[in-house]
Design a protein around this ligand. Structure first.
Ligand code: ADP
Ligand code: MG
Length: 256
């Protein structure tokens, strides 16, 4: 297991917006079955990190690989050079992404939200896709909602549909960007439970979250980001209960 290649390997990632560096030499490695939580103050670069990992943004410098599939490699001048179209398309089958605001298709039913990409992007057989989607929805506690449209569901249910949609593509790794920030506490609980269940099944996940006790319970590894750098990282219990850096302590103190 330990000798296995990481599922996600980001090395020396750099990214600026309009000349302002947002990621300054960030490295992140995620092994199969591992849950990594990314915490830190707003504006620290967490979403940009996830967006670079999921190819929604391009790196300026650094290297990104999904297993043996190299997505971006640094050239002699230190610039990130991306792989060709086919490799990028393949890379996009390796991960799923769940956003803060669910991002469901509002005019599609729940079932169509979950089955659309497996049917039309992955072109998998319809019977298999339907069966998988119904099973995933049941697992998310959403049996019976198949024919509803998103606005008929609570925010917590919509987010669970979004998780089912991401899982329907059978990704190696799921990225979450503050999956419960748009939800009130009662609905947050249901979404966190679903993520906890996935962790118990050893789903590989990278979760940006402000839920510190959740992060400590669920994550194997915690990364604390501030100002575009990883200030501190380590086993979840250590980073949350015994942070080494003053910036980490100051941040965590706000959650006590
Ligand atoms: P976090 O998710 O930790 O709050 P972000 O990655 O969203 O941090 O943002 C980090 C910094 O990058 C912020 O200063 C933000 O304003 C800036 N930023 C993020 N995305 C863009 C963009 N597309 N264009 C310009 N600046 C951006
Ligand atoms: Mg963010």
């Amino acid at each position: 297991m330990t000798s296995e290649q990481p599922l996600v390997l980001l090395e020396h990632a750099r990214k600026s917006f309009g000349g302002t560096p947002v990621l300054k030499d960030i490295s992140l490695s995620v092994r199969r079955g591992e849950v990594v939580a990314v915490i830190g103050p707003s504006g620290g670069g967490k979403s940009t990190l996830l967006r670079c990992c999921t190819l929604l943004e391009t790196l300026d410098g650094g290297r990104l690989a999904y297993g043996d599939l190299v997505v971006a490699e640094e050239d002699a001048a230190g610039r990130a050079v991306y792989a060709g179209k086919a490799a990028l398309k393949e890379a996009k089958t390796r991960f799923g992404l769940v956003f803060q605001n669910f991002n469901l298709f509002p005019h599609y039913t729940v079932l169509k939200n979950v089955t659309d990409a497996p049917l039309h992007v992955q072109k998998r057989p319809k019977d298999e896709v339907m069966e998988h989607a119904r099973a995933l929805l049941a697992k998310m506690g959403l049996a019976g909602t198949e024919d509803k449209v998103p606005c008929e569901l609570s925010g917590g249910m919509q987010q669970r549909v979004a998780i089912a949609r991401a899982l329907a593509l059978d990704p190696d790794v799921l990225f979450f960007d503050e999956p419960t920030s748009a939800l009130d506490p009662e609905l947050t609980k249901d979404v966190l439970k679903v993520i906890r269940d996935l962790a118990a099944e050893h789903m590989t996940m990278v979760i940006v979250t402000h839920e510190m006790s959740f992060a400590r319970d669920v994550a194997d590894h915690i990364v604390f980001m501030d100002g575009g750098v990883i200030v501190e990282e380590g086993p979840a219990e250590q980073v949350i209960n015994r942070p080494q850096h003053q910036r980490t302590r100051a941040f965590l103190a706000k959650y006590e």
